[in-house]
Design a binder for this molecule. Structure first.
Ligand SMILES: *Cc1c(COP(=O)(O)O)cnc(C)c1O
Length: 428
């Protein structure tokens, strides 16, 4: 494979953009290589600027549940664009999309559209603080909720810990208003809630930004009852899980009802859109119905709304059955590939519908500390070997592989064949 044009663009980009990219993981630095510049995609495949083709498991990090350049979505965007790209007024499509969202999430009686998952979590927290009159929040180590200041907090020491800034530029006061506890730790979260009396417990109901780490039995129910008993709101960040793990997201899968739900990725069908929603009396606090300010020039953008509607309307029961089956085929195939390569004791595969992570660890992690203990060097080699074989995995051990409706049996089987060779090469 040659990467001449990608290398050339990377050199130019390094001079013009920080790290040569507009979002850090794209730099592929954590797997020890330079970024690949993608030129086009179709179905489950992407082609880079040097003409190399890959089976894509990044799928834009989740939005493309129908695959790349889906003709129905493309037509909906083109038709919307022909009518005008943005008005800054109310439009019909927004009402339709809000209805489609509410139809899928019984806990979402009202919804506000925004432009990114970051903006959605930021706004949901403002609302949670306003509604409870409290300032502090509890989050889980290894959970990602966008680059909101207060949520870019790392765990300090101890079980129920006050956060410390995870990045320069995050005010200490913002990080300190966040308690960071280990995911799946029943006792730690209880202690944090007791000690902090938070406005909100914020979770990814299936953690998918430390690799896929599902909740232990009863953990989400535990969060629900802790929130109820201390007067905090349960905020489910379903930016990844929403419209993916089930029609009604992780809340449907686990039968847990959030007070506020954060959505993104699939809801925009590959265009920038996100949303937050929840109980009516909470959302009625948002301006102009209420006093909690939040606004956006491009919020509910007609193109994004058209792409989101075209995507959601294709996700019927049959679609979720197919995604579930494809996920199982991929997860089982990767596990078999590791066993074939004699790496069965060094690789374990975790999954949830539409999400898969091969962890370079003997057992699937239950929390971030365990995920961080994975053999990251071997993971990096594995990814580089996969790319050489025409398969593009997410270039980080802490990201999920995204299954789409465009991943057919052939692409999954080819991926698993490449994986067997890549495990062998990476773990030699
Ligand atoms: C991607 C993601 C976000 C942030 O969304 P952006 O659109 O990238 O700002 C928030 N929460 C979760 C769980 C995510 O995976």
């Amino acid at each position: 494979m040659n990467f001449d044009r990608s290398s050339e663009l990377y050199r130019e980009a390094l001079d013009l953009m920080p790290g040569g990219v507009n979002s850090p993981v794209r730099a592929m630095g954590s797997i020890g290589r330079a970024p690949i510049f993608v030129a086009s995609g179709e179905g489950c495949r992407v082609t880079d600027v040097d003409g190399n083709e890959y089976i894509d498991w990044i799928c834009s990090w989740g939005p493309l549940i129908l695959g790349h350049a889906d003709p129905g979505v493309a037509a909906a965007i083109a038709a919307a664009a022909a009518r005008g790209t943005s008005f800054g007024t109310a439009t019909e499509g927004e009402v339709e999309l809000a209805g489609e969202i509410g139809d899928r999430f019984p806990s979402v009686e009202m919804v506000r559209m925004v432009n990114s998952g970051t903006e959605a979590t930021m706004s949901a927290l403002r609302l949670a603080r306003a509604a409870t009159g409290r300032e502090r929040v509890v989050k889980f180590a290894g959970a990602y909720h966008g680059h909101v200041d207060g949520l870019l907090a790392e765990a300090g020491s101890g079980l129920a810990t006050q956060g410390i800034p995870a990045s320069p530029g995050v005010p200490r006061a913002h990080a300190e208003a966040t308690a960071v506890v280990p995911w799946n730790d029943f006792v730690a979260v209880e202690q944090a809630v007791d000690a902090y009396e938070p406005a909100a417990i914020v979770c990814e109901p299936i953690a998918a930004n430390m690799g896929v780490v599902p909740p232990r039995d009863g953990f989400l129910e535990h969060l629900r009852s802790l929130a109820d008993s201390c007067g905090a709101l349960l905020v489910c960040d379903e930016v990844i899980t929403g419209f993916r793990v089930a029609r009604g997201g992780a809340q449907e899968l686990f039968g847990v009802r959030a007070d506020l739900t954060v959505m993104g990725k699939v809801v925009g069908g590959g265009l920038p859109a996100a949303a937050y929603g929840g109980r009516r009396e909470l959302l009625e606090r948002v301006a102009p119905a209420g006093d909690v300010y939040q606004a956006g020039t491009l919020s509910g953008n007609p193109l994004a709304v058209a792409a989101g509607l075209a995507t959601l309307r294709r996700l019927d029961a049959a679609a979720y059955a197919r995604i579930g089956a494809a996920t199982e085929r991929l997860a089982a195939g990767l596990a078999a590939a590791a066993a074939d390569a004699g790496a069965g004791s060094r690789v374990s595969v975790a999954s949830a519908p539409g999400l898969v992570t091969p962890f370079f660890a003997a057992r699937p992690p239950r929390d971030f500390a365990a995920a961080r203990g994975c053999d990251l060097d071997s993971f990096g080699r594995f990814c580089r070997e996969m790319l050489e074989r025409g398969v593009m995995p997410p270039p980080s051990q802490f990201e999920a592989w995204f299954v789409s409706l465009a991943h057919d049996d052939e692409s999954i089987d080819r991926t698993c064949e490449a994986a067997a060779e890549s495990f062998r090469a990476a773990l030699r």
